[in-house]
Write a protein that binds this ligand. Structure first.
Ligand code: SAM
Length: 268
């Protein structure tokens, strides 16, 4: 079973990040409803602030749209290079200093180029995640970090997303999430593949084999749940009830609502 571990939420840096005024947080964090996803992203921010060098930073964003999930304190002193396969997504990006239209599975940088690689809401869309991760490892400096944010395939939303057709994802975004642009060029949802390495246990084995230490791993309730409770309370209460029944029959403290995870890997 996958180990899940996290910094103590009483960690002082965590408290500092949580207590900051809104103007000091990126829009991606402000857009998250209060809950586990927001809390984990705050912890991620604290870890990045504590572990990244206090100098100018080189960051590789693998698959980047218009939203940065990085803390502003990191973003302000960073040179960000984005690689994305979608022209519209490249055009939408306004925080990267360099944008490259390319495929993260095959695009390669010189070794030791970056302090941080961020791949957020992307690996589930990539057919060959191993090739992409190997590219990240090669491009990373020693002690450099990889931040991955992804859906958990072993969750209710993960199973539904993995085994349902793309038109259903578009319907969900349009009618449950209320995103009128869903499915238009350059707009979410993007087609999913769910390569085996998206599963946390496999990602952890890959990390061990490739000299990467998992310094943070947290599965959390997908922000879709609080979003649904607010927008579609009846639909949300049906899903919540179904999730509770599933949890009763699953071993340990499994919560099928843990639809997403954050992982931070450090190159040894
Ligand atoms: C769901 S979006 C996430 C964008 C951004 N990271 C965020 O969280 O807002 C997925 C992104 O991955 C990009 N993508 C998918 N497959 C890719 C590949 N093989 N190489 C580069 N980018 C890819 C898509 O074009 C899209 O911009």
């Amino acid at each position: 079973m996958t180990k899940t571990f996290a910094l103590d939420p009483r960690h002082s840096a965590f408290t500092d990040a949580a207590d900051r005024p809104a103007a000091q947080h990126p829009q991606s964090l402000l857009d998250l409803p209060p809950g586990e996803a927001r809390q984990s992203l705050l912890t991620v921010h604290s870890i990045l602030e504590a572990k990244l060098p206090a100098t100018d930073l080189k960051i590789y964003e693998a698959g980047g749209g218009s939203t940065s999930f990085l803390p502003l304190s990191v973003l302000k002193r960073a040179h960000v290079t984005v690689v994305d396969i979608d022209e519209d997504q490249i055009r939408n990006n306004d925080y990267a200093q360099k944008t490259i239209l390319g495929d993260i599975q095959t695009h390669r940088f010189a070794p030791d180029s970056f302090d941080l690689v961020i791949c957020y809401n992307v690996i589930e869309h990539v057919p060959d995640v191993e090739a992409a991760l190997l590219g990240f490892c090669q491009a990373l400096k020693e002690n450099g970090l990889i931040l991955i944010g992804a859906p958990n395939p072993r969750s209710l939303s993960g199973v539904v997303t993995k085994y349902s057709p793309h038109w259903f994802h578009v319907w969900f975004y349009r009618h449950i999430r209320g995103d009128k642009n869903a499915g238009l060029p350059g707009c979410a949802p993007f087609p999913t593949h769910f390569h085996p390495l998206v599963t946390l246990a496999n990602l952890e084995t890959f990390a061990d084999r490739h000299g990467l230490q998992m310094i943070y791993c947290k599965q959390y309730e997908s922000p879709r749940y609080p979003e649904m409770r607010r927008r579609k309370p009846l639909f949300a209460s049906l899903i919540d009830a179904a999730a509770k029944v599933m949890n009763v029959f699953l071993p340990g403290k499994t919560d099928v609502r843990h639809g997403d995870y954050h992982v931070i890997l450090r190159k040894r």
